[in-house]
Design a protein around this ligand. Structure first.
Ligand code: CP
Ligand code: NVA
Length: 302
């Protein structure tokens, strides 16, 4: 593994290994209060074109816990592709740091960074996918369920970057993914077809109730992703039937867990009662970003 741009690029062995290393690092931190300094002297350059809470803080604290260091480069600082070409940023930054993490608008920019960077590049979210989130999501499901065997996850809402990574992760986890989206907001056809061709079980729905019937987890995300703000009004008219509320949750298995990558727009895609309810795993999921990414950093940098 040289770069980490998509869960679809991993082998099943690499995916399984990241899950077990993340669990080991998490356990070690809980039991001993610290991890081995596996990344001593290493640094991570973090380029952000969009805001972030989880991605920034989980990478920064994760590097620190492993004995390394992270640098936050704000949207104004680098101005990827504006102040300097994407290729030149990759060439220069890669001479200073041990790895680059980038959150970009256009997925092509993360691909270009990887093409020109002499060091590993990690995708911290693009308009196409969110693979670090996907790792944390499957880690959270594994903890909640004990095993992926025979389990079904239903994603309800916009067929966006987060859903793409859940579908890509399903190739390795073997979890069945149901996706309920309004017409015109389906996940990209090539993502679903490529996953199906590799043996993933993915089923598309328009009716959210049908999609969640009896499932072991329900997942939702914002209706308007970063960069789509001009469509907010339109989306607010289309998506209300896809709200994850107590009535919808009632159609899932009684012990189904609820996930959301956060930030949440409470009262839109998820209600307070569900986000704060007994079945919510939102805070474990957010915490798991750090554990999953630490495993990823160890595998890319050691
Ligand atoms: N889930 C996630 O990526 O959160 P941030 O946008 O806060 O990093
Ligand atoms: N789909 C959301 C995820 C944020 C972490 C977005 O792209 O804005």
């Amino acid at each position: 593994m040289k770069h980490f741009l998509s869960l679809a690029d991993l082998t099943k062995e690499q995916f399984d290994d990241l899950m077990s290393l993340a669990q080991k690092l998490k356990r070690e931190l809980r039991e001993q209060g610290q991890n081995e300094p596996l990344l001593a002297g290493k640094s991570l350059g973090m380029i952000f074109q969009k805001p972030s809470l989880r991605t920034r803080v989980s990478f920064e604290t994760g590097m620190l816990q492993l004995g390394g260091h992270a640098l936050y480069l704000s949207p104004n600082e680098i101005q990827l592709g504006k102040r300097e070409s994407v290729a030149d940023v990759a060439r220069v930054l890669g001479r200073y740091v041990s790895a680059i993490m980038a959150r970009v608008f256009e997925h092509a920019h993360i691909v270009e960074l990887a093409e020109y960077s002499p060091v590993p590049v990690i995708n911290g979210l693009s308009d196409y996918n969110h693979p670090c989130q996907g790792l944390a999501d499957y880690l959270t499901l594994l903890e909640a369920w004990g095993s992926f065997e025979g389990r079904t996850l239903a994603y309800v809402g916009d067929g966006n970057n987060v859903l793409t990574s859940l579908v890509n992760g399903a190739i390795h986890a073997g979890v069945t993914v149901h996706a309920a989206t309004p017409e015109g907001y389906e996940p990209p056809t090539q993502v679903v077809e490529a996953a199906l061709a590799r043996g993933a079980r993915v089923k598309l729905f328009q009716d959210p109730i049908e999609a969640v019937r009896g499932v072991d987890a329900i997942y939702t995300d914002v209706w308007t992703s970063m960069g789509q703000e001009a469509e907010t009004e339109k989306r607010l008219r289309v998506f209300p039937p896809y709200q994850v509320n107590e009535a919808l949750l009632g159609h899932a298995h009684a012990e189904a867990v609820v996930l959301h990558c956060l930030p949440a727009h409470r009262g839109e895609e998820i209600t307070d009662a569900v986000a704060d309810g007994a079945q919510s795993r939102l805070w474990d999921q957010a915490e798991n970003r750090m554990h999953a990414q630490k495993a990823l950093l160890v595998r890319l940098l050691t």
